[in-house]
Design a binder for this molecule. Structure first.
Ligand code: ADP
Ligand code: ZN
Length: 736
């Protein structure tokens, strides 16, 4: 290695630029970019990452590095290039990007000796009895027991919600055992798996797999889009493609939306491969995360499965990247720098590492599908369900007419009621979908029309009946229910309007007194694993009907669901956003995919006040091709992606005037720098949520053909003290 005299170091604290340091003679041959080092700063010794090697420095007096933390670079060449690309493309400081690639524990090189893990020493019944006995005398200890009783394998000290001191007391008494385990060894998932064998692929699957394998053999970058409805056998292709990567001694990364990273998904992968799988998601502790990172680096694990940030993992000799549900909006990081889109980062990583990338979806994003049309990606369509399961039948119900029939308001049209009744009688299950939680949507004064809003956000407060209060869905501010209007002081003039899942659940019990229901929304899934517990209960047929928000649309497979009711199918169509129709189409397809996945045929009822809306019709007939053509035409006409790129700049501050003036200054700066040909600068306006947590938000959008043509002028945009700025390249929404 050549001798290095100086290096640029990106400090972990967020300085705008890297600093120069000199390299002591003894390390002159050891330094590499991506290496972690300790360097002096005025405030003391700090840590950072080497970003550049050089043989001179323009500064006359540079200090020397004090310590090399790692003996090698933390980032491979291609990951380093990927980070640099992200920093440029997403207009984000490189050290913010690097943080995604080197998680905190790896950064600090903490010697992870393992985490404390608690287990019961007695039987379940004995522990339960002890728990009851301790309830009065030592409530904290009872709480610990209660928690561990719910996770029979035991619990990590770091994920324990009850006080750790109480757990220690139980260890002393011999009621619990504690051991140090290497985090990430997956004690919690150590269940027995029935090994599964590869299925014999049908012709469409076979053609798709062989295309992917041929890219892989040649170490060739190519993007393969698999378009196939739920149950058409996409996952089976992923499994066999991963097997092929392993056969070639290569590793594979599979990205799934955070919400789909359930034990059911993981189980499917674990039961196929005998190898270790590194599972990566943000709910894992820092220790678990760095262990998984280490396993991949040492090639102990050749398969990584995780949510969006798993795309930064150090999988070695990468042979394949898969992005499942590629259209899912959770792949995009918003409002935090860098605002990256993990699917696009995956494609860039595939390009840099020379490996194929698979995108899979029932409803590909308009952008990805368009890339197939223009020959950038290869399209593979799976047109039939792999098993004998039939497609669900979708029906649109006009709610205006339904309400005339019922002679008053009801959540349920007569059609939906009949269909539910039939399922309850037959012992089959129903899903009811509504994208709003709570009981009533808002409280309004009859006298003066005042809407009770959050004092910190520009949003109406939602009434939660079980908790018996009004709550803000943006900041969780709580207000007690009063009788008097705070605006006009009218007495008993406040009335409730609009409905959420809580109300639906209660109304359902009024119609069917015997019905057993479960509700799944953000209110019922606050605790770790509660999301999964609810799913398990429903699968075990502990309820006839599952009522929920977006959360119920993904991740799980319910064999005995034969009916899906979408209560307000048009809710999102009124949002002024170019992606609203696409998101609705995707949602309906996804929710519909929950029904009739086994031998029992499924039925989907879409209730709407806009029965003529074209998007609903296309969704009801599940005609993706027609939907795609109509969207592409609209986007071309109005100049939206994929026919241009969007860049959204958001300025927020507790002082509204300052946020607005910063936005206007930035706007003027970009105009002054001159826009590249074909680019448009849209005016400054309040954001879709104009105020969140006391912060006022203003934004503007740039439309352009090439993001790179704007990098120079965006680089000159600054926000004054007290105003925070967020640059979002390729935002999901131009509204929120
Ligand atoms: P998707 O990922 O598109 O939802 P899956 O891969 O999960 O579809 O396939 C749905 C079901 O069909 C699974 O139970 C899977 O094991 C089965 N399956 C997939 N491909 C085949 C095949 N070629 N032969 C038989 N069964 C298959
Ligand atoms: Zn609020």
């Amino acid at each position: 290695m050549p001798k290095t005299l100086f290096v640029e170091v990106l400090l972990d604290q967020n300085l705008a630029r890297p600093l120069d340091y000199s390299v002591p003679e003894e390390w002159a041959h050891l330094t590499q970019t991506g290496m972690r080092v300790e360097v002096p700063l005025r405030t003391g010794v700090v840590q950072g990452t080497i970003s550049k090697l050089k043989d001179h420095s323009q500064w006359p007096q540079v200090k020397a590095i004090v310590r090399l933390i790692s003996s090698h670079s933390e980032l491979s060449d291609s990951l380093w290039k990927l980070a640099q690309w992200m920093s440029r493309y997403y207009c984000a400081p490189l050290q913010r990007v690097i943080k995604l690639f080197i998680p905190p524990n790896v950064r600090r090189q903490t010697k992870e000796k393992g985490e404390l893990f608690f287990k019961l020493t007695r039987t379940h019944a004995e522990s339960l009895a002890l728990c009851e006995a301790l309830r009065k005398k030592a409530p904290a200890q009872a709480e610990v027991l209660e928690e561990i009783l719910q996770t029979p394998k035991g619990v990590y000290a770091t994920s324990l919600k009850a006080p750790r001191s109480a757990a220690a007391a139980l260890v002393k008494k011999g009621i619990l055992s504690s051991e140090k385990v290497l985090a990430g060894d997956d004690l919690l998932l150590e269940e027995e798996f029935f090994p599964t064998k590869p299925k014999k692929l049908n012709a469409e699957q076979e053609a798709c797999l062989s295309g992917i394998c041929s890219s892989m053999e040649k170490n060739q970058f190519a993007v393969h889009l698999i378009q196939g409805i739920t149950g058409s056998g996409k996952t089976e292709i992923y499994l066999q493609a991963i097997q092929e990567a392993l056969n070639q001694n290569k590793s594979a990364i599979l990205l799934v939306p955070e919400i789909s990273l359930t034990s059911q998904t993981i189980e499917r992968f674990r039961s196929r491969f005998s190898q270790k799988i590194a599972i990566l998601h943000h709910r894992r502790s820092l220790g678990e995360r760095s262990t998984a990172w280490g396993m991949l680096k040492d090639k102990q694990a050749m398969i990584a499965v995780g949510a969006r940030s798993a795309i930064f993992c150090p999988a070695q000799n990468l042979g394949l990247i898969i992005v499942d549900e590629e259209h899912d909006s959770s792949y995009k990081q918003h409002e935090e720098t860098p605002c990256y889109q993990a699917r696009d980062v995956a494609i860039m990583r595939g390009h840099l590492e020379g490996c194929p990338v698979i995108l899979g979806s029932a409803t590909p994003s308009i952008e990805s599908r368009y890339n197939c049309e223009i020959g950038k990606y290869r399209l593979h369509r799976l047109t039939a369900r792999a098993t004998s399961a039939t497609l669900p039948q979708l029906t649109i119900v006009d709610m205006k007419r339904a309400l005339e029939q019922t002679g008053g308001f009801s959540h349920f049209s007569p059609q939906l009621l009949d269909a539910m009744k039939l399922r309850i009688e037959k012992g089959e299950q129903t899903l009811l979908f509504l994208n709003r939680r709570g009981f009533h949507r808002m409280q309004v004064c009859k006298g003066c029309n005042h809407i009770l809003k959050c004092p910190h956000c520009d949003l109406a407060l939602t009434f939660h009946k079980q908790a018996d209060h009004l709550r803000c869905h943006l900041c969780d501010f709580i207000r007690e229910i009063g009788r008097e209007c705070p605006e006009c002081q009218g007495n008993a003039t406040l009335e409730f309007k609009g409905f959420g899942t809580e109300h639906v659940e209660r109304s359902l019990h009024a119609v069917f007194p015997e019905v057993r229901t479960l509700r799944m929304d953000r209110d019922t899934t606050q605790q770790k694993n509660s999301h999964e517990d609810l799913f398990k209960q429903f699968r075990a047929h502990k309820a006839d009907v599952l009522i929920g928000t977006q959360m119920i649309a993904k991740g799980f497979h319910f064999p005995s669901v034969t009916l899906v009711g979408i209560l307000n199918a048009d809710a999102t169509l009124t949002i002024p956003d170019f992606r609203a129709p696409e998101q609705l189409f995707q949602l309906i397809t996804q929710v519909a995919g929950r029904s009739g996945r086994s031998e029992l045929p499924g039925e989907v009822i879409l209730q709407t006040f806009l029965p003529e809306h074209p998007t609903l019709h296309l969704a009801a007939s599940q005609d993706y091709e027609a939907f795609f053509s109509s969207q592409i035409q609209e986007r071309r006409e109005f100049g939206y992606p994929p026919f241009c790129h969007l860049i959204k700049l958001l300025f927020s501050s507790t002082a509204p005037q300052e946020a607005l003036s910063a936005a206007e200054k930035a706007h003027a700066h970009i105009l002054k720098e001159g826009l590249p040909p074909g680019a448009h600068l849209l005016p400054v306006s309040p954001a879709g949520h104009p105020k969140i947590k006391d912060s006022y938000r203003f934004q503007f959008v740039i439309k352009c053909f090439k993001v790179s043509e704007l990098h120079a002028s965006l680089g000159g945009v600054e926000a004054p003290r007290g105003v925070s700025m967020n640059i979002d390249v390729d935002p999901v929404s131009t509204f929120f």
